[in-house]
Design a protein around this ligand. Structure first.
Ligand code: AP5
Length: 229
């Protein structure tokens, strides 16, 4: 099963991807996390991506498409995947369709987590992320048990550079200009389902699970495998 999570910066894509991949027994791939790994490791891709990300601009399609196409060939994706943050332009959506078609696959669901701008700004300004496992918290809406420490792995929590107010506003502008057409792309091909992302995390999760529908047998086996391990 190939699931895409769509939504503005701060809509809750990362938070929900983490829940869904555990519930569905599939991996999640977040293009933003892959790019940040490249920056941390000082790769040529990371060096190029960093200048765009610091300004809240999209990294050029060619770089992101090559990175995701390579990742989608890995064996752990065979059972299914949740894509978080990709595609973000119509060019990326078309490239994804071609890559999947070459593997005899297609996007099964495009789940659009819809949230108003004021709520997005509130969420991003209070967000804290684990340096180690990338789990996302919010100082008001989803606080860790111990301030500054990840509940999952004990790692240190930090605030992203691009969650500064000026960069946040630019990320939202870029989203409205370049990513809203992607939502229309999936609406037109009949795979889009809209979810009210202003509800609490558990309710958004329940709506997303309902939108995914019955879990196909191969994925259900994956869940059974992982719970037995
Ligand atoms: P990326 O890392 O993908 O960031 P983003 O899309 O801007 O999304 P965020 O991670 O900010 O938000 P989210 O929706 O995951 O929200 P979260 O769950 O954390 O991209 C960063 C940059 O990388 C881009 O600007 C671009 O430069 C580059 N890039 C990445 N992909 C690219 C691509 N495909 N093409 C080109 N460039 C690319 O939640 C936010 C906060 O709200 C958290 O604190 C959370 O605890 C809280 N929260 C979540 N849900 C709820 C809820 N229901 N109620 C209350 N609080 C909630």
């Amino acid at each position: 099963m190939i699931i895409i999570l769509l939504g503005a910066p701060g809509a809750g894509k990362g938070t929900q991807a983490e829940l869904l991949c555990e519930q569905l027994g599939v991996v999640s791939i977040a293009s933003g996390n892959l790019l940040r790994d490249n920056i941390r490791n000082g790769t040529p891709l990371g060096v190029r991506a960093d200048e765009y990300m610091q300004r809240g601009e999209l990294v050029p399609d060619k770089l992101v498409i090559d990175m995701l196409t390579a990742r989608l060939k890995a064996p752990d994706v065979a059972r299914g995947v949740i894509l978080d943050g990709f595609p973000r332009t119509v060019g990326q959506a078309e490239a994804l369709d071609s890559t999947l078609a070459a593997q005899g696959r297609r996007v099964d669901r495009a789940l659009y987590i819809k949230v108003d701008t004021e709520t997005l700004l509130d969420r991003l300004s209070g967000r804290w992320i684990c340096r180690n496992c990338q789990t996302s918290y919010h100082e008001k809406f989803n606080p860790p048990r111990v301030s500054g420490v990840c509940d999952v792995c004990g790692g240190e929590l930090y605030q992203r550079n691009d969650d500064r107010r000026d960069v946040m506003e630019n990320r939202l502008r870029v989203y409205f200009e370049q990513t809203l057409p992607v939502i229309q792309y999936y609406r037109d091909n009949g795979t889009l389902i809209e979810i009210d992302g202003t509800q609490d995390i558990e309710k958004v999760n329940a709506d997303l699970l309902a939108a995914v529908g019955p879990i196909p047998a191969v994925v259900a086996e994956g869940v059974a495998d992982s719970s037995a391990a």
